[in-house]
Design a protein around this ligand. Sequence first.
Ligand SMILES: C[S@@+](CC[C@H](N)C(=O)[O-])C[C@H]1O[C@@H](n2cnc3c(N)ncnc32)[C@H](O)[C@@H]1O
Length: 346
Amino acid sequence: MLSGQLLKTLTATSSNPKYRQLAALTLPVYKSYCTSSIFHKKIREACDNYSPIGVFALLKDGNRLKSVLDEINQGVIGNYLHNHFISGLNAYAHQNFSFCTGFLEGDVPLEAICRSFIQFCSANKMYLDPAKTLDSFERHNQLSDEAVKYELKKITPKVELNLLGFGLDTGYYEQELARYLVASHKAEKVNIFGFDPYANPNRAIRYLSVDELNSGQWTFDLIVARWVLHHVAMNYRWDDFVNCINRCNPGAEVLIVEHGFLAEASLFDRRVSALFNAVFDIVANIGLRPDYFFKGSALGEKFFIHYLEPKDFSKIASHVSVKVGLNIYDVGPVFPNQSICKMTKK
Ligand SMILES: C[S@@+](CC[C@H](N)C(=O)[O-])C[C@H]1O[C@@H](n2cnc3c(N)ncnc32)[C@H](O)[C@@H]1O
């Protein structure tokens, strides 16, 4: 018989959707996140002392940092991005004692350390090859794709299905999902719409403005927001997304892929996670979208970082004008962790 904690870990992180679904069904919503606790445990064990100074010492010790992050990663993030992330974090720590310890002590906001890290990358002319950076996400994509497609398998077939990508950028992921929906006989035709004021537009996709969205001319059967919400500036974060959900047809699904949640983490654990996640996010996005950072403002409406908490989803669900069911579960890997939040319009 598996212990409750081990069962939670196995089910929630399993690559087998059946077990992940079991996790989603058997665990209360806010208890189903556990891979993030493995991350904190490993970091804690690698520090002589789990405190701002102790974590900072780890960041500065290149060998120790690489050894613990290699152990956590286990080949999930391709070596190319993984190694750039470690060397960027380590080099930054060497020159930024007060930002790192100030953030870990709670005196420096996340936004300030993100700006400082972006400036550091710019001053040091950090460059990553976009194709190699994208390839480094193969296993991450596989984990979240399996979960997203598992959810899509459950939708009721329609002749025509309207899919809205929120923060879809070029929408290559939404196009892949559209092909999957047709191939799995969930729809004969999928119309792809997009809402993303900062996208590199794709001519095959109909991008909607706020006015067009509000006109009510289009309604949606599926909304996908993959790795978007934590990048939306706080002033814009909820209204447009809530507006999109309000345009859903009955039975529509909203599938959100976000960073994993930290149900049982201490405040200090949360800061440690935010620091590692933000540095990783910035290095990855420098690889994928260099023009976001080094032309124009470093951090702003186009690229922002503020991680969500499970309560944010309850807040969205309570602000939409339609009734929605809510289910959140973890899909791994340990770092950077991913959660799926599914809302179903009743
Ligand atoms: C990390 S990218 C994710 C792109 C895509 N969803 C994917 O999975 O590859 C974040 C996206 O969020 C978009 N974004 C930023 N602010 C937004 C906003 N206020 N409303 C909608 N999308 C926004 C950006 O333009 C960018 O395309």
